[in-house]
Design a protein around this ligand. Structure first.
Ligand SMILES: [Cu+2]
Length: 414
């Protein structure tokens, strides 16, 4: 009996070891970083990112790359997200694995928060400089005050080289060239070290003598005054005067060394330049839209009217960064992230060119694993079952036009 018990104990121990070891070696790679868990309707009804481009997929340390593209600020902004009157164009990366050398909206440098208008389309660019080697999922993103982070599509970018060689030089208006990676570090360490030591010195001065029980007894016996000698008082005065002297002296010498300094530059940037989108010649009416639960697709019945002078075909439906394409009409050449690109995800019941002046009602199905992987299917849990997205139509000459759609999205159960 005892032998059996021992065996069981031994085996359980081995099993435990194997489990722990397996857990240590199992490192799941996260392929999305926050956006999946956000409410689906919020992702579909806030900012639509499109025409995104990551200039490189591999960058050595100290080299730069850009993320550029456009974003449309959806007209039917959700109530629970503050309007993007104070927003900040950010990048979603795990810490400064890149540094942001510059970011622009409509050609204007935007180091500060900006004001965006509902219903407008903007062009943006972010210039990044590689700092830490590794594989990083780089997102464009917008922070909205009172709303939170609105995360754009992310793409994997590899940084090669060594972080030790990273430099961040800058030339000030006083003509000095500095490396922001290390600038002023020694000075910061010195002053913190100095004041910390002075604090310790003060403690050590008193802690040389017995600190607690004898002092407590002396105070209770009414002999508290005997605990602080004349020398103690002198030392205290010395510390006080010394502290004030060091502050006054170092402040003066700092002002002498850096005679020109400015306050922190801050404040909202308004009046951002928008893109004038070409006048729309296609109008779309969503008759109804449904999605199956569970399922990987959504269906729309839409009436498309072509008021232009060239036949048009529907090439793409884009919602929450997921792009559903009809390969007969539109093919991605930008290297868009695979997990968000449904190259053959868009099916139109009749996608022959709609002639000028003609109107046609079609069934459109947007179907891809991304619908489930990016949890757009989780709209079923949202308090507002409405979707929004971008439709891209192409005329015979290949000109593109964007039409925004917005309608209730009704679940159907199997
Ligand atoms: Cu990510």
């Amino acid at each position: 009996m005892k032998i059996l018990k021992d065996k069981v104990a031994k085996l359980s121990f081995v099993a435990l070891l194997i489990t722990v070891t397996a857990a240590m070696f199992y490192v799941p790679t996260a392929s999305a970083h926050g956006e999946k868990s956000q409410a689906a309707f919020m992702r579909m009804r806030t900012i639509h990112w499109f025409d995104l481009n990551w200039s490189k997929e591999e960058v050595p340390v100290n080299d730069t790359m850009t993320i550029s593209g456009k974003f449309y600020v959806f007209q039917g902004w959700p109530e629970t997200v503050d309007k993007p009157e104070v927003s900040f164009l950010n990048v979603g990366i795990p810490g400064p694995v890149f540094i942001r050398v510059g970011s622009w909206v409509g050609g204007q440098l935007v180091p500060r928060s900006i004001s965006l208008e509902l219903g407008e389309t903007y062009e943006f660019k972010v210039l990044l400089k590689a700092r830490r080697p590794g594989d990083w999922h780089v997102h464009a993103m917008m922070n909205v005050q009172g709303g939170g982070p609105i995360i754009g599509p992310g793409k994997w970018v590899t940084i090669t080289g060594s972080m030790a060689s990273f430099v961040n030089p800058i030339t000030t208006l006083t003509g000095e060239t500095l490396d922001l990676e290390t600038y002023n570090l020694g000075n910061t360490y010195f002053w913190h070290g100095l004041w910390y030591s002075i604090g310790l010195l003060w403690l050590v001065y008193w802690a040389r003598k017995p600190m607690f029980v004898p002092r407590s007894i002396a105070v209770e016996a009414g002999k508290a005054d005997s605990l602080i000698s004349a020398t103690d008082k002198k030392v205290a005065m010395g510390f006080a005067a010394g502290t004030i002297a060091i502050i006054a002296f170092s402040m003066a010498s700092t002002n002498e060394k850096f005679p020109i300094t400015t306050p922190l530059q801050a404040g909202l940037l308004r009046g951002m330049k928008t893109i004038e989108m070409p006048a729309k010649t296609v109008s779309v009416k969503i008759e109804d839209a449904t999605y199956r639960v569970p399922g990987r697709a959504m269906q729309m019945t839409m009436t498309i009217t072509n008021n232009g002078d060239s036949g048009v075909r529907l090439g793409e439906f884009n919602t929450a960064g997921v792009r559903f394409l009809d390969p007969e009409v539109s093919v991605d050449e930008s290297g868009y992230p695979d997990d968000l690109l449904a190259e053959e995800g868009l099916t139109v019941s009749d996608n022959s060119p709609i002639a000028p002046g003609q109107s046609r009602t079609v069934q459109v199905t947007a179907s891809d694993a991304a619908w489930e992987v990016y949890r757009l299917a989780d709209l079923i849990y949202d308090p507002d079952s409405r979707f929004a997205g971008l439709l891209f139509f192409y005329d015979e000459a290949g000109n593109r036009q964007m039409v925004t759609v917005d309608a209730p999205l009704i679940p159907s159960f199997i």
